[in-house]
Every structure is written in C-alpha cells, then in structure tokens.
Design a protein around this ligand. Structure first.
Ligand SMILES: NC(=O)c1ccc[n+]([C@@H]2O[C@H](COP(=O)([O-])OP(=O)(O)OC[C@H]3O[C@@H](n4cnc5c(N)ncnc54)[C@H](O)[C@@H]3O)[C@@H](O)[C@H]2O)c1
Ligand SMILES: NCCCC=O
Ligand code: NA
Length: 503
C-alpha cells in the first residue's frame, strides 16, 4: 500500500541476514492511528522463531566474520548503517509517523538522532580496541595480570513503540559496537522502521546473525526471548508490569537485565524565573511533546503559589495554540496517540480524575475537526491531591496535572512523592537552589531550566520503579561487555602452600 508516496514495505522476520517467514506464518495488522486504517502487516514471531534467531546469533559469535572483529571493523558497519539511514531519512520518517502517529517533524528529528547514535557508537567501538586489554600492575614480581573487555554474548533487546526506531537504536548500536550478537523485539504497535533497519543491515553486509529482528506480540515473541537459556542478557525498555515479567523470567536463569521503565516526572517552577513564557513553553514541551508518550514526560507541574494563576493563564493560551492534526501535515505539533488501547486508557484516566474530584481546566476531548483517529486534546488538570490516581500513575498521553507550593521544602516533598525515579526538572534562576534540588531529586535525570533535551553522550535511566541500568553514553556500551580478569603466575618458584611429598 502506498500512502503519501511512501510504500509500506511487506517484510518477513530478519534472521541470519535474510528475510524468513515465521514458522507459524502468522501476521499482525499495522494500524495508522491517524486514520484507524489497516495499512499493511508485520510477521508475528513465536518461540520457534526465537530458537532459530538465537541459534543464528550464537553462530555469528562463533564465526570470525563477526566474533573476531575488532572495534574498528564493527565501526565501519555502524557508519555504513548510519549513512543508509540518512539516505532514506525522509521515507523512514514518514513510515514512523504513519505507524506511530508521531508528527513528521519529530519523526525526522528521530531519524537524525538514530543516525547520530550509530555514528557515536562507531566512535566508541573504535576506542574499545585500545581498551580491550588493560594491564593491572599489582606491584608483585610473581604475577602478571590484565583485564579483558569482551562482548557479553547473545543479547535480547525488547523495545516500546513511543520512539520505535530510536529506542531500538539506543540498544542495537551499543550492542553491535561491543561485538555482541543481538535479537531485537520491537513493539507490535510500531515495528515498520525496525524492520527497515534489517533491510539496511542486509544492504551494508552486516555479517549474518549479528542482528536479528523478530516482530511479534510480547507474550509470544518477547517472553520466550526473556526466558531463553542461550540469551545472555535482556535489555528492556517499556512498562513496569512487563519489566516485572521479564525480570522474573530472567531471574530463573540468573540472566542479567537492564530495565528502562516508566515515570511520573515533576517540573518544579519557582517565582524567580525571568521570563514566564519561556518557562511555560518548557512545561508544555515537557508534557505534550510526542503527544505525551514520553517515559520522562514532566507530567506533574509543581508551581509556586505566587505565580500560579498567571502561569496557568499563559499555559492555557499556549495550549490552545497547539496545532492538532494528521501528523503528516505541516506544522502539526500534536498527533494521535498510538492505538485504540492507548486512547481508551487516556480517556479513562481523565474520567477517573473527574470522578475523584479534580478539575479539568482544559482539554481531554476529541478535537472537533478530527472525526477519525486516536486524537485527544492536550489536558490540564487542577485541584489535584496526592492520593489521586492522576497524581500517582503514568498516563503516557498529553495529560498535565498541576499542584502549587509555598516553600522549597514543600516543593521537594511533592516532587519526590512518587514511586518512579526517572527524571525531574526545576525552573529557577537561583543557582544555589538548583544545586540543592539536583541533590534532593530522587531521579536519574535532572533538567535545569528545561525539560526533555536528550543527548546520546549522557547516561539515560532511572531509579526506584523507573528501573535500573543505563542506556546511552559509555554506560550504554559497558552493559554489553563482559569484564574478564586474567591472572598469570610468572615465577619459577613453587607455590609452597602444601608440603611436597618428595621432601
Ligand atoms: N525509561 C525509558 O527510557 C522509556 C522509554 C520509552 C518508553 N518507556 C516506557 O514504556 C512504556 C510504554 O511502552 P509499551 O506500551 O510499548 O510498553 P510494554 O511494556 O507494553 O511493551 C514493551 C515491549 O515489551 C514487549 N512485551 C510485552 N509483554 C511481554 C512479555 N510478557 N515478555 C517480554 N516482552 C513483552 C512488547 O511487545 C514491547 O515490545 C511506558 O511505561 C513508558 O514509560 C520507558
Ligand atoms: N527523548 C527521548 C525520550 C525517550 C523515552 O521515552
Ligand atoms: Na501502528
């Protein structure tokens, strides 16, 4: 099917460097959330396909063309992938928008980030060659020791739909840079661009089995990957409940996992900010970008009482000005949410908030000009108390809830009043106050006078129920490495612990 001059490719599973029909031959429809139409389908892998992919990955590690590569050789593949991605940027961005409902502007920015992330890990792969073997001086004559950093093995990468290709890349690029063989299981709700990554790997001649891509449902394809005895690690990004299932399955085999889960992040705004509109725009971007479907969305606005009324007036004006439309339309700033399930979930959160006594200051309805598609106006909710669901639970939609504070102590208590620990933002021109909050926020990411800017050089991840482990930066590479110590006894003398029988 061709939409707006882009053909939706029909693909199979990408296993051992080629396209392969799933053993059970099942397929899952692709739905465009802007129109609710079926625009194609993706293959549905099951445990049988997981077995084949894991075997292909094992063989890749055992073969010299992947298992014995230097970091510099792997960097060439990563750069070739980045170049091909950029060649196809406009097509891939359109596919991403059609599949997930992201605005075309955001999808295009994602494709730039994806290519840059492959380039970044190409640099780190090269740098790995000089760090592969590190001597450790014990200051002893009788021992020579060193530490090796080796690929961890076969890794399973399970990813969500909100940034389909970008979230996959945060794991695929470092895993390949480290020399692992990987099996990617993207979300069944948005897999098109991840399958195209398979085509790109085929075109650049990535050795067979180094990356395998299995689309399919979580319980059918993700679960057998998590519990597979020959998968050495699972790196997961997604919801808390799925994270628990994956960790439970992996625990049976003492398989390491990293979990990037959800959040309910705060943005604290003080009355000393110079420019109200600048702060308002960050608050808006922090919660409504990507239609609020961002793990780190600052969806709890905690605002100093003295400026609350004026701040909310401006926030309302800015919110009403957001263009909601088909994500492929120019200047669209808010597309539909990803699926009917997500749409129903968002609407339920809004009705529950109302039933619990909160006030819907603005939004939450279907925009009048959009009769079809999973569209909802951005929502601002006030009169919230800390026992309400809307304060406590992640919505993963364009829903901002607001509370006010008087003192710094009260602000920090509200900010940390959550089971999650992914990100926090503070808006204030008082440098010392920002430092105090940086220390007090119980999260892995702190934004000062902004919310959401993300750089692949910096560690990404959280604490508490937001998970553990880090993507991105050098930390994102370390987790795909096995650290091996080598200790050699170099003395000609006997060890002399036991008495020799010949004496
Ligand atoms: N912390 C981060 O970096 C980050 C980034 C993006 C999204 N997220 C979180 O992701 C969630 C939204 O994504 P989602 O709805 O795709 O999450 P999800 O947990 O429903 O699905 C994530 C992935 O897990 C798979 N899966 C589902 N059940 C499984 C099982 N039993 N075993 C193995 N795999 C299984 C899915 O098919 C999908 O590929 C939100 O909670 C959001 O906060 C976190
Ligand atoms: N800016 C990227 C955020 C990824 C998590 O949802
Ligand atoms: Na879709």
């Amino acid at each position: 099917m061709a939409i707006r001059n882009v053909r939706i490719p029909s693909r199979q599973l990408y296993i051992n460097g080629e396209w392969r029909e799933p053993v059970k031959k099942n397929r899952i429809p692709i739905i465009n959330p802007a129109t609710e139409e079926i625009i194609g389908d993706i293959p549905a892998a099951t445990a049988e396909d997981v077995d084949v992919a894991v075997e292909a990955a094992r063989r890749a590690l055992a073969r010299d063309d992947w298992g014995s590569t230097t970091g510099a050789q792997r960097a060439k593949y990563l750069r070739a992938i980045a170049a091909k991605l950029l060649e196809r940027k406009s097509e891939l961005a359109t596919l991403e928008s059609l599949d997930s409902g992201k605005t075309l502007f955001e999808s295009a920015a994602d494709m730039d980030d994806v290519a840059a992330c492959f380039e970044y890990y190409a640099d780190l792969a090269e740098a790995l060659d000089s760090k592969r073997k590190t001597p450790v001086n014990l200051h002893l004559d009788s021992f020579k020791t060193y530490v090796l950093r080796e690929p961890l093995g076969v890794v399973g990468l399970i990813t969500p739909w909100n940034y389909p290709l970008l979230m996959a890349t945060w794991k695929v690029a470092p895993a390949l840079a480290a020399g692992c063989a990987a099996i990617l299981k993207p979300s069944e709700l948005a897999s098109i661009t991840c399958l195209e990554l398979g085509e790109i790997c085929r075109e650049v001649g990535l050795p067979p089995g180094a990356l395998n891509i299995l689309t399919g449902l979580g319980p059918e394809a993700g679960a057998p990957l998590s519990s597979h005895p020959h998968v050495d690690k699972i790196a997961f990004t997604g919801s808390g409940p799925t994270g628990v299932k994956i960790m439970t399955a992996a625990a049976q085999l003492v398989k390491p996992v990293s979990l990037e889960l959800g959040g309910k992040s705060p943005i604290v705004v003080f009355d000393d900010i110079d420019n109200l509109d600048i702060a308002v725009e960050w608050a808006l971007f922090g919660c409504f970008a990507n239609t609020g479907q961002v793990c780190s969305a600052t969806s709890r606005l905690i605002i100093q009482e003295s400026i609350a009324s004026e701040f909310l007036d401006r926030l309302l004006l800015w919110t009403k000005n957001i263009k909601i439309s088909d994500p492929l339309e120019e200047d669209c700033k808010l597309g539909p949410v990803v699926s009917s399930g997500q749409y129903e979930k968002v609407l339920k959160f809004i009705s529950n908030a109302k039933n619990e006594g909160a006030t819907i200051l603005y939004g939450g309805k279907r925009p009048e000009h959009l009769k079809k598609g999973y569209y909802v106006q951005p929502i601002i909710i006030t009169d919230v108390n800390t026992s309400m669901e809307i304060w406590k639970e992640e919505v993963f939609g364009p829903v901002l809830c607001v509370k006010t504070f008087k003192t710094e102590e009260e602000a920090i208590e509200l900010a940390n009043d959550t089971k999650y620990g992914l990100a926090s933002a503070i808006m204030s021109k008082d440098v010392e106050r920002c430092e105090r909050f940086t220390k007090a926020f119980q999260t892995g990411i702190i934004w000062i006078n902004c919310s959401q800017p993300t750089f692949h050089q910096l560690p990404w991840g959280g604490k508490k129920r937001s998970g553990f482990g880090r993507d991105l930066g050098e930390w994102g590479l370390e987790k795909y490495l096995n650290i091996k110590q080598v200790t050699e006894y170099t003395s000609d003398d006997a060890w002399d612990f036991y008495k020799s029988p010949s004496n």
